[in-house]
Design a protein around this ligand. Structure first.
Ligand SMILES: [Cu+2]
Length: 196
């Protein structure tokens, strides 16, 4: 009886590992871990009840071409993926936020699980007067990214680090990082809550 139970548990474990491996190779990608993104705080357990994203912080993939194309307003942080809709929930403006300073250089970091050939990385930030208790829309963002890092089709490393100067802001803001893949129709979207 005991042996039978442990064998079936082993079977479940192997099935889970196989599923995880398949998902990882087919869809593995990346997310921002500095300043830590919503995917990151869900993945490391510091925020609870995030749903699926807790297990695959790197999977926020949507159509590329933001802001002209890409995910719909209100679905930007989940990259338009309904199964990650918890990322679009503003939680009353209470997502943990990384303290930052306007006008100072900041080191941005992506954790890359699958090193796709890359067009560029772009970083957008919310306008002055942004309300963190509302879902993110294009109208909430400064129209131009404050940092663009062209890759011209090159492959990134497993971690990617960019330095950029943060704009002058006050209070809570959201940084939307967009990693555009060169040879697919897709991009990765990553929302990081910050406080100036
Ligand atoms: Cu990928």
């Amino acid at each position: 009886m005991r042996r039978k139970l442990s064998t079936s548990l082993l079977g479940i474990g192997l099935a889970t590992a196989a599923l995880f491996a398949a998902t990882g190779s087919a869809q593995g990608h990346g997310y921002v871990d500095s300043p830590i993104s919503r995917s990151g705080v869900c993945g490391n357990g510091s925020v609870q009840n995030c749903g699926q994203i807790e297990w695959e912080a790197w999977s926020v993939e949507g159509y590329k071409g933001f802001p002209g194309r890409g995910p719909a307003d209100g679905q930007l942080c989940a990259g338009g993926n309904g199964r990650f809709s918890e990322l679009d929930d503003p939680r009353g403006g209470n997502w943990p936020a990384t303290n930052v300073s306007g006008g100072q250089s900041y080191t941005f970091n992506w954790r890359i699980v699958a090193r796709h050939a890359t067009t560029d990385f772009r970083y957008y930030i919310t306008k002055n007067g942004y309300n963190p208790a509302k879902p993110l829309t294009r109208a909430d963002l400064d129209p131009q990214p404050f940092l663009t890092v062209p890759f011209n089709g090159r492959q990134p490393g497993a971690t990617v680090t960019h330095s950029g100067v943060l704009p002058q802001k006050t209070g809570k803001h959201l940084i939307l990082g967009v990693w555009t893949v060169h040879d697919t129709e897709n991009a990765f979207y990553s929302c990081s809550d910050v406080k100036f």
